[in-house]
Design a protein around this ligand. Structure first.
Ligand SMILES: [Fe+2]
Ligand SMILES: [Fe+2]
Length: 208
């Protein structure tokens, strides 16, 4: 991604990341944006939407957790983010809630700050941690790029090869399995919706 070609939302998001995120998060967000952009070009999706979603997916992750929950609590206040209300409700009182609430919270932040109006982009940000059944192409791309970008711990030649060679559904399932394996390895809980998604894809014959 050539930073001199960035449009207004991308520059504004970079500025916000600069002020509110730790350096490793900024590096990861840039790497996700570059990865998403190349996947969008490969799969015929608007690369600009991809860059914005990639740069913005973790935009509130380093903010205080109370602030993240306050943002997530406003999903129902806007028609563009209303569909994430069930996601936020499903997280409440779960062990991993604080780790993944930055998805829907980030979508509300990007919408309320006037940076993103596209529902495709908002949805990709909202579901990038938990995933869901019936994800659209940009959602799958952002999810996969977040888990497989080259700067991510554990990402190596196998992940790089997958990003270049696999079709979108196979790439998404590859990333989902990597993510679940990482969570299992670290003894972390996995969202029920993620487990349901894995089982549904598995029984549909993916990744066999
Ligand atoms: Fe994230
Ligand atoms: Fe991320």
């Amino acid at each position: 991604m050539d930073c001199t070609d960035l449009g207004e939302p991308e520059s504004a998001i970079l500025g916000i990341l600069e002020r509110t995120s730790k350096p490793s998060r900024r590096f990861h967000s840039l790497s996700v944006a570059v990865t998403v952009e190349s996947l969008c070009l490969r799969f015929g999706i608007d690369p600009r939407k991809g860059r914005v979603a990639g740069l913005g997916h973790d935009i509130v992750k380093d903010r205080p957790i109370e602030e993240q929950w306050a943002l997530a609590g406003r999903t129902a206040a806007h028609s563009q983010t209303m569909s994430f209300f069930d996601l936020v409700s499903s997280l409440e009182d779960t062990e991993f809630a604080d780790k993944v609430v930055h998805g829907p919270a980030g979508a509300v932040f990007l919408f309320e700050s006037g940076l993103v109006g596209s529902e495709d982009v908002l949805r990709a940000v909202a579901y990038h941690s938990t995933a869901r059944l019936g994800m659209g192409s940009l959602e799958k791309i952002v999810f996969a790029a977040d888990k497989l970008e080259p700067g991510r711990k554990g990402a190596g030649p196998e992940e790089a090869k997958a990003l270049i060679e696999l079709g979108l559904d196979d790439l998404f399932f590859f990333a989902l399995k990597r993510s679940m394996r990482w969570l299992g390895f670290h003894g972390a809980s996995i969202a029920q919706s993620t487990i349901d998604l894995y089982n549904a894809l598995k029984s549909a014959g993916k990744g066999t």
